[in-house]
Design a protein around this ligand. Structure first.
Ligand SMILES: *[C@@H]1O[C@H](CO)[C@@H](O)[C@H](O)[C@H]1NC(C)=O
Length: 442
C-alpha cells in the first residue's frame, strides 16, 4: 500500500474505533433506547444549502452580541444586518470567517459577526449574509431581575429535544451550558446536526458555553484538540482578556460569570490560573453583586460516576474562588442533578459556594444512577433524571433556583430554593483583605 492509502486506512480504523467506543461503562440505560438515540440527520429540516444555517448568538462584551452561522457556499459574505423592526435593517456589522478540516471532513464556512451597541432588554431582527430567513433575538436586561436557563451534557437525543422545549417555555434571558454540547465524538457531521437542532433556541437567546470532554475530539497526531468546538462556538474570550476560548468571563445585569476550562491547564502556574486572578481582581461587587463560576467536571459530587475527577482542579482553584466569595458553582459531566449546601474544603461553610451538578441535558449515554451512601452532609438534593435548571436572580441579595425534571411531558419542578448572596451575608466584606493579598501574590 502506498503511504497515502495507509494513512486513510488508519483514519478509517480510528474513526470506527471512536464511533463504537462506549465512553462510560458505569452508566445504566433504564430509558427506552429510542429516546437515547441521536436524532438522525434528515429529521432536522434542511434549508437550502447555500443559505445560512446553524445560527446561534452569544454575548460579546458590553451591549454586544456575536452572531455565528455556517454556509456551504465559500463565497457567502460574513455580515449581519439588524434592526428593531422586522424586515427593516438599519445597521450592519461586518464579521470574520473561519473553517477547519478534521480527518476527511471539511467544514462549511463558519461566520462570526459582532453586532451592537444594542439596547438592553430589546427585541432585534437580523439576517445573516444578506440571505435566508430572518431571526429574532432579545437582549438581556441591564438590571435585575435576570433569568438563566442551565443544563449541561446536552447531546442531541429525544431527551435533548424535550429539555430544550421545556427551557423554551420559561422566560429566560441567557442559557448557560457547563460543557458537553453535541456528543459528535469525532463524527463531524454531528456537529452540523447539533447546530441545526439548537438553532431555533440558540438564535433567539445568547448561549454561553464552556468545554467538556466531548469537545476535545483529539486523535493523537492526527487532529488538533477542540478544533471543531473552537471554530463553531467562539465565546467572548478576547473581550474578557483571556487568550483561550476554553475559559473567559462576561457580565450581565449585575452578575459576573466566569466560565472556566476543566480541560485547560489549571494549576497555580498555568495561564488559566493567572487569567482567573486577573479577572477576579476586576470584579466589583457593587456593580455585580453576584459571582457565578461554571466548568465541566464537578468538585462536589456524591454520584459514583466520575468520583474524584475534579479533585486536582479543586485543589488548585477552590481557595481562590473561596477568597473571592463565589456564590454559585455550576458543573456538568455527571449525568444527574445534585445541589449542595454552601461549603468549602469539604466542610459546610456559610461563606462557601453552593455547588450544582447539572449534567442532565439529555445526551445519548444515559443517566448516572449509582450514588454513594449515606448521602454526604453537604449534599442537599440529588436525583438521576434528565432536566434543566432555572436561576432567577431577583435582586442583589436574593436568587431563586429551581430544577425541573423531564420525565413527564410537562417540566415538573422537583427542587427549588432561595439563595441569598454572599454580598448580603457580609462574607464579601469580611474577606476583602484576604482576597487582595491572594490576588497580589504572584
Ligand atoms: C430582594 O428580593 C427578595 C425576594 O423577593 C425580597 O424579600 C427582598 O426584600 C428584596 N430586597 C431588596 C433589597 O429589594
Amino acid at each position: 500500500m502506498e503511504l497515502k492509502q495507509q494513512k486513510l486506512l488508519l483514519v478509517l480504523i480510528l474513526t470506527l474505533l471512536f464511533a463504537t467506543a462506549t465512553p462510560d461503562s458505569e452508566y445504566v440505560r433504564p430509558l427506552p433506547r429510542k429516546t437515547l438515540t441521536t436524532i438522525p440527520w434528515d429529521s432536522i429540516s434542511k434549508a437550502h444549502s447555500s443559505y445560512p444555517q446553524q445560527v446561534h448568538i452569544s454575548l460579546a462584551g458590553d451591549k454586544h452580541m456575536r452572531v455565528t452561522w455556517i454556509t456551504d457556499d465559500k463565497h457567502s459574505p460574513s455580515y449581519v444586518e439588524y434592526g428593531t423592526l422586522p424586515g427593516r435593517y438599519d445597521s450592519i456589522a461586518e464579521g470574520e470567517c473561519t473553517s477547519y478540516n478534521y480527518l476527511l471532513y471539511s467544514s462549511g464556512k463558519i461566520h462570526h459577526a459582532v453586532i451592537g451597541p444594542l439596547e438592553d432588554n430589546t427585541a432585534y431582527f437580523y439576517r445573516c449574509g444578506g440571505k435566508g430567513a430572518e431571526f429574532e433575538l432579545k437582549t438581556p436586561p441591564a438590571q435585575f431581575p435576570i433569568t438563566f436557563a442551565v443544563a449541561g451534557d446536552l447531546g442531541q437525543t429525544g431527551w435533548t429535544k424535550s429539555t430544550l422545549a421545556h427551557i423554551d417555555q420559561c422566560k429566560y434571558d441567557v442559557y448557560l451550558l457547563p460543557g458537553d454540547l453535541s456528543y459528535a465524538d469525532c463524527m463531524q457531521h454531528l456537529w452540523d446536526n447539533f447546530g441545526k437542532l439548537v438553532e431555533p433556541f440558540a438564535s433567539t437567546r445568547p448561549w454561553m458555553v464552556t468545554e467538556g470532554n466531548h469537545e476535545e475530539e483529539n486523535i493523537l497526531l492526527l487532529t488538533d484538540e477542540f478544533v471543531s468546538y473552537n471554530s463553531r462556538w467562539k465565546m467572548p474570550f478576547e473581550e474578557s482578556g483571556s487568550t483561550s476560548n476554553l475559559y473567559y468571563s462576561f457580565e450581565v445585569a449585575g452578575v459576573h460569570v466566569i466560565m472556566l476550562g476543566s480541560y485547560a491547564d489549571y494549576d497555580v502556574y498555568s495561564e488559566q490560573y493567572r487569567w482567573l486572578k486577573e479577572d477576579l481582581s476586576k470584579v466589583d461587587r457593587k456593580r455585580t453583586p453576584w459571582l457565578l463560576v461554571l466548568f465541566h467536571v464537578p468538585w462536589y459530587n456524591s454520584n459514583k460516576a466520575h468520583q474524584g475527577a475534579g479533585d486536582d482542579m479543586m485543589a488548585a482553584m477552590e481557595p481562590l474562588l473561596y477568597a473571592a466569595s463565589v456564590d454559585l458553582v455550576i458543573a456538568g459531566h455527571v449525568h444527574a442533578y445534585e445541589r449542595s449546601k454552601r461549603l468549602y474544603n469539604g466542610r459546610l461553610d456559610p461563606c462557601g459556594a453552593v455547588h450544582i451538578t447539572i449534567g442532565d441535558g439529555g445526551n445519548r449515554e444515559g443517566l448516572a444512577h449509582k450514588y454513594i451512601n449515606p448521602q454526604p452532609k453537604w449534599s442537599e438534593f440529588r436525583e438521576a433524571s434528565f432536566g434543566h435548571g432555572e436561576l432567577k436572580i431577583v435582586n442583589s441579595t436574593h436568587a431563586f433556583w429551581s430544577w425541573h425534571r423531564n420525565d413527564d411531558d410537562e417540566p415538573v419542578k422537583a427542587d427549588d430554593i432561595w439563595i441569598t448572596s454572599l454580598v448580603s451575608s457580609r462574607c464579601v466584606d469580611q474577606k476583602t483583605h484576604e482576597l487582595r493579598s491572594t490576588l497580589l501574590t504572584p
